[in-house]
Design a protein around this ligand. Structure first.
Ligand code: GUN
Length: 295
């Protein structure tokens, strides 16, 4: 039976570390790190995610603010809000919850966030820094996956890692992080041939495709570590249930370690948002001090 990677417990450790550092930061600089989450429209899942982010942020001592805009708001209104937040020195982190309404150009919006306040790590400058191995703000979900992987593997160097899914939010940054740890990385996706056989060679499998229970036991090499990023709501026996992209009950019989859904990657993503907001605040306060020094 696989070792269960307890995302709830590990995220609690991260949150506690961040809370201590936030309190030290406030004591040192007399500045409370601030996070603004922008929610456009009425997507019910986004509302739940944003509520959880705001609640957690307040718990770690961040100044957390939610900005809601109606689904009908124009692209320019959203850009104006981002500009105002970019120029507000009390705001250290800006997160625009995705997806955005169809009439808004997502790439253009992400481009407008000041890269040092980009706690999602989606700005092209942060994407480029990550892919060239430079320090950057790293997308929260892949960062959370890496923290969990490092709890299982002291050294990831030389491992065969497979990432299933090629999204900008998870798949691509996940592959970049694994490569930074000297893994041999393969990205598998909907057009991949022999996907099951390729997956079965991996020591580490990260799945982020949004398809309920898609990956089953015969895809997995015995002893492999499996990180399941999927959160899918399904109906089973007349009841709603959350399941991952991995068929947990068959895969846990063969994997060496596995994340559950819920209680795996989900809580790590929020914990890493708190970590990124603190990192962003540190970057900004240091930049301010350096500027002061040279003026
Ligand atoms: N929607 C789903 N996941 C994410 C995320 O990590 N960040 C943002 N901004 N929106 C999302």
């Amino acid at each position: 039976m696989a070792l269960l990677i307890d995302g709830k417990k590990i995220s609690q450790q991260v949150v506690e570390e961040v809370a201590t550092e936030v309190s030290d930061f406030i004591a040192t600089y007399d500045v409370q790190p601030g996070l603004v989450v922008v929610l456009v429209g009425d997507d019910p899942a986004s509302h739940v995610y944003v509520r959880n982010k705001i609640k957690r942020a307040a718990e770690v001592g961040l100044n957390s603010i939610e900005h809601r805009l109606p689904a009908t708001c124009s692209q320019q209104e959203l850009i104006d809000l981002i500009e105002a937040l970019n120029n507000d020195e009390k705001v250290h982190g800006i997160l625009v919850q995705l997806p955005l309404p169809e009439h808004i150009d997502e790439a253009e919006i992400l481009n407008r966030i000041n890269p040092v306040k980009d706690v999602d790590g989606f700005h092209p400058l942060n994407v480029g820094s990550l892919s060239s191995g430079k320090p950057s703000l790293v997308p929260c979900t892949p960062l959370g996956c890496m923290i969990m992987l490092k709890k299982v593997h002291e050294n990831l160097s030389g491992k065969n890692a497979v990432v299933i899914g090629r999204s900008n939010i998870v798949g691509k940054p996940m592959a970049a992080l694994l490569l930074q740890e000297n893994c041999t990385v393969t990205i598998l996706h909907s057009r991949t041939k022999n996907i099951e056989a390729l997956c079965a060679q991996a020591d580490i499998v990260v799945v982020a495709i949004g398809r309920p229970e898609f990956v089953s036991a015969h895809w997995i090499k015995p002893g492999a570590t499996v990180i399941d990023v999927g959160i899918n709501s399904i109906e089973r026996d007349g009841r709603k249930k959350l399941v991952g992209d991995v068929d947990f009950s068959s895969v846990e019989e063969i994997a060496g370690a596995i994340t559950p859904v819920p209680g795996g990657v989900g809580p790590m993503t929020i914990a890493c948002l708190m970590k990124n907001t603190l990192t962003a605040a540190k970057i900004q306060i240091l930049a301010k001090e350096v500027k002061h020094e040279f003026n």
